[in-house]
Design a protein around this ligand. Structure first.
Ligand code: UD1
Length: 431
């Protein structure tokens, strides 16, 4: 493969910023919104709440001047965890919110206790009944109150829910042990562009002084660091030269550092461009996933794919989610040598992978299998396209543009076919 990839806007920023528009009674003009099934679903959640939204290319215009219901639809919230984060802005705007619990998912139980406890600290009454989280603010003002909140762990979603809720609360809120992810900073910048008073986003202590109202704004979403990281791994695993723009190299620091440990050469070109050069050899390394600025859990599966072809033994520890190593057995189908014990995976590098049918279990696991399929000898058939389409903006097309032989079998199907770069015949179509 060879060429240039245009990185899309960050999925996790786009989803939470869409929820954040519920705080504003005017127009929000959001640019650099990726084309993803999850974004579409989040749009459906907003529409169900009575919000008007229009998409024009990568721009979303959202007007939440009227929220017609405080109850979010069960079918949508259960499919998209980020939609639960809207409980913060709905409660802040209306003084009441009914949000179905997002439920568990393929990567772990993913509770929402930190969100709930934080809202309670801000004066909300919260009860969970029949799978619905019912929250309301007692008192005639209907306004949440500023509070000092300590998060037991630096949850991204809880930090975002509480930060949004606090923008319209009465008084000052301090969130201690807050998540420091770039998407939290992006949300804070967006809220501040609407007139919120948030300080300290990107550090462990965030201070929010509540204001009575937020106003219209225009906002550009940051580049998706996980999409960028995935394409860096695509370059590394296929020994290709790829340039990526626009990226924010600072957001990718732990990913770039690990790729360099593995022996991959990466050059920063200007402020928003990265070039990856074909590696001579790949070396084993150990990885532990951690909250930002540690190594991102969302890059764990793509790195596991890469390490299957590195010389030596690697140890991967998944510390953020309890069930996020299910791709290991699928990678083994492609000839990898991975043993899983609890939350650890021992990866013994093999000289080559060989194509096989594989099934994606979640979004990032699916990306990892596609990358492994690109490097494998022979044809890989991947099943689980709905996972990929949730979080990668036209992944197959971007890979095709780089010269990968990858074919979407049919829109209705959940299969993607891949041919390796070592096989000169194009992937055959089977539907
Ligand atoms: C977000 C990202 C997801 C990423 C994850 C960790 C979005 C839409 N998704 O998910 O892509 O993998 O951050 O970087 O932004 N936890 C609790 N109680 C809670 C909340 C979380 O115990 O109330 C636990 C979770 O089960 C998990 C850990 O905290 O083990 C981290 O989860 P969290 O940071 O909240 O992830 P999300 O915000 O769901």
């Amino acid at each position: 493969m060879q060429g240039h990839v245009k990185v899309s806007g960050a999925k996790n920023s786009a989803l939470v910023i869409m929820a954040g528009t519920l705080l504003c009674s005017g127009d929000c003009h959001i640019r650099n919104v990726p084309l993803l099934a999850d974004v579409e679903r989040m749009g459906q959640v907003l529409s169900a709440l009575g919000i008007r939204l229009t998409r024009n290319g990568d721009t979303l215009d959202i007007n939440a001047s009227e929220i017609t219901t405080s109850k979010a639809p069960y079918e949508l919230v259960t499919q998209l965890r980020a939609s639960f984060f809207a409980i913060g802005p709905i409660l802040a705007r209306l003084g009441v919110a009914q949000m179905p619990l997002p439920g568990g998912c393929a990567i772990g139980a993913r509770p929402v206790d930190l969100h709930v406890r934080g809202l309670q600290a801000m004066g909300a009454e919260v009860q969970i009944e029949h799978g619905i989280c019912n929250a309301y603010v007692p008192g005639s003002s209907g306004r949440l109150k500023g509070a000092k909140i300590y998060l037991d762990s630096p949850s991204v979603g809880a930090t975002e829910t509480l930060m949004m809720a606090a923008t319209l609360a009465d008084g000052e809120t301090i969130i201690e042990n807050a998540a420091r992810e770039p998407e939290v900073v992006d949300l804070a910048n967006f809220c501040n562009a609407m007139g919120a008073k948030i300080q300290g986003a990107g550090t462990s202590t965030i201070t929010i002084v509540g204001v009575p109202k937020l106003h219209s704004t225009e906002y550009n979403i940051i580049p998706d660091r996980i999409e960028a990281g995935t394409f860096l791994v695509a370059g590394a695993i296929t020994r290709s030269e790829i340039t990526l723009s626009s990226v924010c190299a600072d957001h990718l620091f732990p990913v770039i550092a690990k790729l360099r440990d593995i022996g991959v050469r990466i050059i920063e070109e200007g402020s928003d461009c990265l070039r990856i050069l074909p590696a001579e050899s790949l070396k084993a390394t150990d990885i532990e996933t951690l909250p930002h600025p540690g190594f991102p859990t969302d890059m764990q599966a793509p790195f596991m794919a890469l390490l299957t072809l590195a010389e030596g033994d690697s140890l991967i520890n998944e510390s953020v989610f309890e069930n996020r190593l299910r791709h290991a057995s699928e990678l083994n189908r492609l000839g990898a040598d991975i043993r899983v014990k609890g939350n650890a995976a021992f990866v013994r590098g093999v000289p080559m992978l060989s194509g096989a049918p594989v099934i994606g279990t979640d979004l990032r696991a699916s990306a990892a299998l596609v990358l492994a399929g690109l490097a494998a000898e022979g044809k890989t058939t991947f099943q689980g396209l709905h996972h990929l389409d949730r979080g990668y903006d036209r992944f197959d097309l971007k890979l095709q543009q780089l010269g990968a032989r990858i074919l979407r079998v049919s829109e209705a199907s959940t299969n993607v076919e891949l041919a390796t770069s070592t096989n000169n015949s194009p992937a055959s179509m089977t539907t």
